[in-house]
Design a protein around this ligand. Structure first.
Ligand code: UD1
Ligand code: UDP
Length: 356
């Protein structure tokens, strides 16, 4: 079977790594990198560290407005699909690369497999929510990480092709955790001590495109009484600069460039707590058993909240400070993402499709 996998943003490289490894055992895979993320530390580093095969196509779309970026990916992906004639297109997650990939494939009547299908925050102010809904409704095979995702699809009338497989990010973490322990020396490089620092990541428009929210978050972490390691997403750095906040950063904040996956695992695994608005980081905090303070009003990973290991605080400084001081889960985790092996399960299902 000939499979085209479409990726373009940081979390998609991480999701693609374990599945690509499985796919290539039995099928021909062509990776299409849309170029949505392009800085070396947002893209290349993941291909190198995770041994992801070199993309067959790099569409070089770069940044732009939602419509502009999506349109460029759509047009350039169509050209690739017309020349490659794949049997199936694999899309990941909920970015503009996911949406455009889904549109291009569906118009050419190429079946789509959506990895991380069925997630919903029920917040259509998030661009990702729109991307998820459209991608799911255009997909033939919907690989869900959780039972909640399966239920969300059923509520929208989608049941055909829905498969509960677990989470491919669990595979990525499982595969790389030990490697990170031996290869990453980021704690030494930053001069920080295990369990005596926090990790912060912020990149959602709801936080980064709002000066007050960004300033509130920074003010809150300044009260932490611990160093706060902050790998800064390029969107966030741009806005910190625009709002004049780069000149008045708290002294305990260690602002660094985005880090590779191995350094990120190491930072997260040894943190006292993690503060984030990232989807992937919420899951990884849960899987690593680190309390997560989510800088959003809602989340699509509600199991982590229900289980008591994630707390939603938005950009409210009172809630953030109180969570830093006292959020301390004391209930055992229920293992809501199940065991690793999602990539293998997805591949087995793809194998059955081809033999039908
Ligand atoms: C995108 C996804 C988001 C995902 C995130 C992962 C959409 C709508 N959003 O958000 O779902 O959680 O990736 O990180 O698809 N930039 C650079 N260098 C880069 C990439 C981006 O400087 O390599 C800057 C540009 O100024 C760009 C901005 O970051 O305009 C935003 O990038 P974009 O890819 O549009 O959205 P993200 O915020 O990264
Ligand atoms: N990540 C990373 N380096 C960083 C920040 C994040 O490797 O500096 C990883 C993180 O561990 C997770 C993924 O990137 O696996 C999450 O991506 P991001 O937060 O950009 O997007 P989201 O998951 O919110 O879509």
């Amino acid at each position: 079977m000939k499979i085209v996998s479409i990726v373009g943003a940081r979390p998609q490289f991480i999701k693609c790594a374990p599945l690509s490894r499985e796919i290539r055992k039995r099928h021909q895979e062509i990776i299409v990198h849309t170029g949505q993320h392009y800085d070396p530390e947002m893209s290349e580093i993941f291909f190198e560290e995770l041994d992801i095969p070199k993309p067959g196509y790099h569409l070089g779309v770069g940044s732009g407005s939602h419509a502009g970026q999506t349109a460029k990916i759509l047009e350039r992906t169509e050209t690739v699909l017309l020349s490659e004639h794949p049997d199936i297109v694999v899309i990941y997650g909920d970015t503009n690369s996911t949406l455009a990939g889904a549109l291009a494939a569906s118009k050419l009547q190429i079946p789509i497999a959506h990895v991380e299908a069925g997630l919903r925050s029920f917040d259509r102010t998030m661009p990702e929510e729109i991307n998820r809904v459209v991608a799911d409704h255009l997909s033939s095979f919907l690989f869900c990480p959780t039972t909640t995702a399966v239920s969300n699809l059923h509520l929208e009338g989608i049941s055909k092709g829905v498969c509960l497989v677990g989470d491919v990010m669990n595979d990525a973490l499982f595969f790389n955790r030990q490697v990170a322990e031996t290869r990453s020396d980021i704690l030494d490089r930053l001069g920080i001590t295990r369990s005596r620092y926090l990790v912060l990541t912020v990149h959602r428009p709801s936080n980064t495109d709002n000066k007050n929210h960004l300033a509130e978050i920074l003010r809150s972490v300044s009260k932490a009484g611990l160093p706060v390691v902050f790998p800064v997403h390029p969107r966030t750095r741009k806005n910190l600069d625009k709002y004049g906040l780069l000149d008045c950063l708290p002294e305990n904040l260690l602002c660094i460039d985005p880090v590779g996956y191995l350094d990120m695992i190491s930072l997260m695994a040894h943190a006292d707590k993690i503060l984030t608005d990232s989807g992937g980081v919420q899951k990884e905090a849960y899987l690593l058993g680190i309390p997560c303070i989510t800088l959003r009003e809602n989340t699509e990973w509600i199991e982590t909240v229900a289980d008591g290991w994630n707390i939603l605080v938005g950009a409210d400084s009172g809630k953030i400070i109180s969570a830093i001081e006292s959020f301390s889960p004391d209930t055992p985790q229920r293992d809501v993402f199940g065991p690793p092996g999602a990539s293998k399960r997805i591949c087995e299902i793809l194998d059955c499709i081809i033999s039908d």
